[in-house]
Design a protein around this ligand. Structure first.
Ligand code: BDR
Ligand code: CA
Length: 311
């Protein structure tokens, strides 16, 4: 099985990404690392543990990471993810699974050094933990199998500011470090593709596992309502689950390598991912950018995995 570390700021869609990764049984999940983002570090960590409880999964370690962006203040998204970060779905649940000791950037470093060229990193929050790991131990850069991150947008607008996607906006300095670190294989799963992966009630009705269907329905209710108010469709984007999906099945997306950078010094454009489509800067291409997605294939896989038994 492929070794995986998931790095999350567990809000609604991160949680569904975790469920997808665990239930796929395709990965040896070394640990789930948490980061400040949609919600505080503590809430993200608690939510991650709640989701593992929901899955009756007690073996996977949950390791806390950065409790703030590298240089900036926190920017929580309770408007979207609710006060608890999971749309209120598991509000009254007491966490059985406790977090493990350690610090996420160190856990990432040690895992990569212990299993050189074997570890895939799927990042679905701000990139703070990986940036800290790279700064502390640059040696890891040449020994990561693959980095897949949800973040950015290269066509169309952002979802926080007119130009910036949330994960990039929250910690653009970290994103800049990660994009320029020199990873052999780093894939951006940005809004260009995740916006197309819209979960609807029809999908949820296909989930036969009642516990999961109920959880996903209730966790996404306000999220879907918000989308409806803006776009007239009851749906919500599966941003983070699609990043997990790309790790599971490469051909879900079409990607092309470009030079990509992140703006860190602009009043209007901080956090914008700038993709040099025409190679104007003549810099080496650093990022595989997802340009399109086979939405039907993604949801086929999503429903199949949700309906598989856990044993
Ligand atoms: C990203 O921002 C967060 O709100 C989601 O969890 C996702 O990782 C989408 O822009
Ligand atoms: Ca996220």
């Amino acid at each position: 099985k492929r070794k995986l570390i998931l790095d999350v700021d567990t809000g609604i869609d991160d949680a569904i990404g975790i469920i997808l990764a665990v239930k796929s049984k395709q990965f040896d999940i070394l640990g789930i690392t948490t980061v400040n983002g949609n919600v505080s570090l503590d809430t993200a960590t608690r939510n991650t543990s709640k989701i593992l409880d929901l899955l009756d999964e007690r073996e996977i370690s949950v390791i806390k990471g950065a409790n703030a962006p590298l240089l900036r203040n926190s920017f929580f998204e309770h408007r979207i993810h609710g006060e608890d970060g999971l749309g209120g779905a598991l509000m009254d649940i007491k966490v059985k699974k406790q977090q493990d000791d350690g610090f996420a950037p160190d856990f990432i470093i040690n895992s990569i050094l212990n299993f050189p060229n074997e570890v895939t990193l799927v990042m679905t929050g701000p990139l703070t933990n990986l940036a800290l790991a790279v700064k502390k131990c640059p040696q890891i850069i040449n020994h990561v199998k693959e980095v897949i991150f949800m973040g950015g947008v290269v066509h169309g607008g952002g979802n926080v500011t007119p130009t910036a996607e949330y994960n990039m906006y929250v910690d653009p300095e970290a994103a800049k470090i990660v994009l320029h670190a020199g990873f052999e294989s780093i894939t951006q799963v940005g809004l260009d593709v995740t916006r197309k992966a819209l979960l609807t009630e029809e999908h949820i009705e296909l989930i036969e596992n009642q516990k999961l269907a109920d959880y996903i329905r209730s966790s996404t209710t306000d999220y879907r309502k918000r989308y409806f108010e803006r776009n007239g469709i009851w749906a919500c984007a599966m941003h983070d689950p699609l990043a997990v999906g790309v790790a599971l099945q490469q051909d879900l997306v079409t990607r092309e390598k470009f030079y990509v950078d992140v703006e860190v010094r602009s009043e209007l454009c901080d956090g914008q991912t700038v993709c040099d489509f025409q190679n104007r800067l003549m810099k080496p291409k650093n990022v595989n950018v997802c340009l399109d997605v086979n939405v039907e294939a993604f949801f086929d896989m999503f429903i199949r995995i949700m309906n598989s038994s856990l044993d």
